[in-house]
Design a protein around this ligand. Structure first.
Ligand code: C2E
Ligand code: MG
Ligand code: MG
Ligand code: MG
Length: 294
């Protein structure tokens, strides 16, 4: 979309770009009303302990089902929402929805008290006052700050404006763990890890995919794990699709992972069913070996 707009202002402007622009305009206008029409929902992907195979938490991922456009992927509409200034209200809805959902799950015994739910936070949301919005949602739903994880990307840390720095300080003071998403794919130096006491890293899928076949990737992932351990940061490996990769990561000492091997991001009811089933399996066989998740 950005490409079409950019090229549109120069000489290159053919039919396919015209079609792209029309689609972009339709996406814009549909997205403006999506939140109000209740077209947004969340999917939940388990975060699994690689040793016990227990579900330790989950990541909430935004879904948009448009009657006009069908299912639109977050990679297609989140950047548009950011451009249109819609990510703040959408992001506030996500925080509210996640806190309400997690409080209900805790009350109903779907999850235990240590279970954490992670939310993706756009750089545009990292503004003074965002922490107060999060604190308010936590308080209204009776949740301790430690169970809500906030995922930010390296681009947030690259932004050296005082406004972003203040917002990050407010979030750190709040006590919600801050995780660095897509770790390794950004362009920033590691100096922010010295300046900001982040709580964890999520190793990007691009490092995880070939970790079993590439010695170079194994070395890189091992260094990330060593660095995280030294800095008292937790690590989640993202995008684990095969048992071989899971075994390799476990061998390297990685504790947590998420990926299609265990579960895709699931609609709420399916996640609840899975979490209940897993809790039951554990309580009926407390001393037994872990059952496999899939
Ligand atoms: P992310 O936060 O890095 O989320 C992980 C993405 O990897 C998700 O894509 C997830 O479905 C996908 N994934 C997980 N396991 C596997 C696997 O084993 N194989 C493969 N191929 N993919 C896997 P999804 O749901 O399409 O989300 C894409 C991105 O959209 C997210 O990347 C995040 O950056 C953004 N996003 C999602 N929800 C929100 C939200 O509520 N707010 C904001 N600001 N951004 C969001
Ligand atoms: Mg994420
Ligand atoms: Mg990621
Ligand atoms: Mg991402």
């Amino acid at each position: 979309r950005a490409k079409a707009v950019q090229r549109g202002s120069s000489v290159v402007f053919d039919e396919s770009l015209r079609a792209d622009l029309a689609r972009g305009a339709q996406l814009d206008s549909e997205l403006r009303g999506a939140l109000g029409r209740g077209e947004l929902s969340l999917a939940f992907q388990p975060v699994v302990d690689l040793v016990s195979e227990r579900i330790e938490g989950a990541e909430a991922l935004l879904r948009w089902t448009s009657p006009q456009l069908g299912v639109v992927a977050p990679s297609d509409f989140v950047p548009v929402a950011e451009d249109l200034g819609l990510i703040a209200p959408i992001g506030a809805w996500v925080v509210e929805e996640v806190c309400g959902t997690l409080a209900a799950w805790r009350d109903e015994g779907v999850v235990d008290g240590d279970f954490s739910l992670a939310v993706n936070v756009s750089g545009r949301q990292v503004r003074p006052g965002f922490a107060a919005l999060v604190a308010d949602a936590l308080a209204r739903h009776g949740l301790p700050a430690r169970v809500l994880h906030l995922e930010i990307t390296e681009s947030v840390l690259l932004d050296e404006s005082s406004c972003t720095a203040l917002a990050l300080d407010e979030l750190l003071a709040l006590g919600t763990p801050l995780l660095l998403d897509d770790f390794g794919t950004g362009f920033s130096s590691l100096s922010y890890l010295h300046r900001l006491p982040l709580n964890g890293l999520k190793i990007d899928k691009s490092f995880v995919d070939q970790v079993s076949s590439s010695g170079r990737l194994r070395t890189l992932v091992a260094s990330m794990l060593a660095m995280a351990e030294g800095l008292h940061m937790s690590v989640v490996a993202e995008g684990v699709e095969t048992q071989e990769v899971a075994d390799t990561l476990r061998g390297l000492g990685c504790r947590r992972a998420q990926g299609y091997l265990w579960a895709r991001p699931l609609p709420l009811e399916e996640f609840v069913a899975l979490a209940r089933e897993r809790r039951q399996a554990r309580s009926s066989a407390p001393a037994g070996p872990p059952t496999t998740l899939s």
